[in-house]
Design a protein around this ligand. Sequence first.
Ligand code: AMP
Length: 624
Amino acid sequence: MSAYKTFHERSIKDPQSFWAEQAQLIEWFKPFDQVLEYSKPPFAKWYVGGKTNLCHNAVDRHLKTQADARALVAVSTETDQEKVYTFKELHTEVNRMAAILKDQGVAKGDRVLIYMPMIAEACFAMLACARIGAIHSVVFGGFASHSLASRIDDAKPKMVISAEAGARGGKAVPYKPLLDEAIQLATHKPDHVLIVDRRLVEFTKVVGRDLDYATERAKHMDAQVPCEHMDATDPSYILYTSGTTGKPKGVQRDTGGYAVALAASMKYIYGGQAGETMFTTSDIGWVVGHSYIIYGPLINGMATIMYEGTPLRPDAGIWWKLVQDYKVSVMFSAPTAARVLKKQDPAFLTKYDLSSLRSIFLAGEPLDEPTATWLHGAVNKPIVDNYWQTETGWPMLALQRGVEVMPHKFGSPGVPVYGYNMKLLDDATGAELGADQKGVVAIEGPLPPGCMQTVWGDDERFVKTYWQAVPGKMVYSTFDWGIKDKDGYFFILGRTDDVINVAGHRLGTREIEESISSHPNIAEVAVVGVEDKLKGQVAVGFAIPKDANKTETLEAEVMKTVDSQLGAVARPARVYIVNALPKTRSGKIVRRSLQAIAEGRDPGDLSTMEDQTVLAQIKTIMGK
Ligand code: AMP
């Protein structure tokens, strides 16, 4: 049997010994008594009885061996700043931040919401929470007040850490007014809001609630805050993600299992070494940012680059310049970013020395062949696709070069990763499918270490949503369609639910529909994901107005509504104002027919449709 097959089989057949071995990759304050406790499926408990801390493994642990090595490189091409923190300096800053949190009464188990741009203080904030055992919930800076308010009400943070503004494309993007509005909208009120004042915009302070980071930091210059000894099963963070309903789900992650899973993934998948530098171009607001900007590389003793800015400013060579300047060995990005760079002058790629780079990993959305071929040709390094989701926290499908170098196949993120008992199942019967048959990508429990423990505060939702989606079997559904070839390589064919993927960002169409519906002149709306050459998919809405005489500026108004409630990230590319929506006789909107028309495809069998003329009308409105 191949090295990969032996490794994978062992991880499934003997998870106890397999994961006990991987657990040696991190440091424990107290060894675990039991590797896996799975008496109440689907709730898996990893490393029961063990005590550890994410911040200890990401920072303190490295003080013994490489205190003066680079740990964090914070680069902003928006504010022209570039600052390097060694592990020792990172340790000092995290201690200061932890002391601020403690001073304000934040304790183990309390939630702290982090709504920040890609600045070093965001990294300090996450690690400081981990240090004292507070549960962080990072909300992507592109989300606006309604999205933020629903997360505040669900996570009930004792404290919020933010900045007055982010910056994008040379312009300041105010955060503080959106945060103030969100807190006003929310029922739950945080005790304090800690603001990093970057001096980008003026803002108003709420007396008694808002604290200034620089002032607070100055009070704790010599702070020494010990790492809390966390149970391996204690939650480390909540990260909200979109699903079928409008209400985002809080993906809850543990401590010990996550640390081990990330350490193992660095060894077997990403192949980084302590002392090297990793550059992940995502944002801390997404799971890739949590796992591979902050925790993964740091736990592995690598330096990480946090980058604020676009890939095109000051020019399209900026990322490659960073690779050269910091001798990046592992790079991680998304296909959309590669497509953006592909449109630029190829000279930018030959201008810099990329000899330190070993591979580029791409994830978050399907990797199309032209993009993969272009990038491979341009940098002459392996381009490694990997497939996973917020819920899993680390790859489910990838070529695992640290286990065995296997051939790459275009369009496939590879084979199941150790620990994941991946299945392709018939969506109607739950039967396992063979090669070349399309089915739902599922995982037989237990989920390996590092995956979601539950939905924050809602075990029932965890079971119902993920484990009862495939009939007849209690398996974890990824909500992705897939197909597997005879060699066991998987191909991902898109979502089975109403989630769309815009530039690698996962968005729920129902959330966008709810926001559009809140406009006073909208009676009904459907939002679908439509194929897009650059972003993979974009959201497109079809809305029926209440008053058909007042539609002149309606599309623009609706866009504004979405912008201000959910954020620019969720803004549809178009919202067509229509007279009717295609519906079945029982009144269900046939979204797939709208998607087909928008993509210029044949909408297929329409026999169940109530009014066959509706689609023709919509086609005319769209100019198709
Ligand atoms: P998120 O939770 O935001 O990371 O989004 C996860 C979803 O993105 C998955 O369920 C897939 O639909 C999609 N996805 C992530 N990585 C890949 C990939 N390498 N190829 C195809 N689709 C992917």
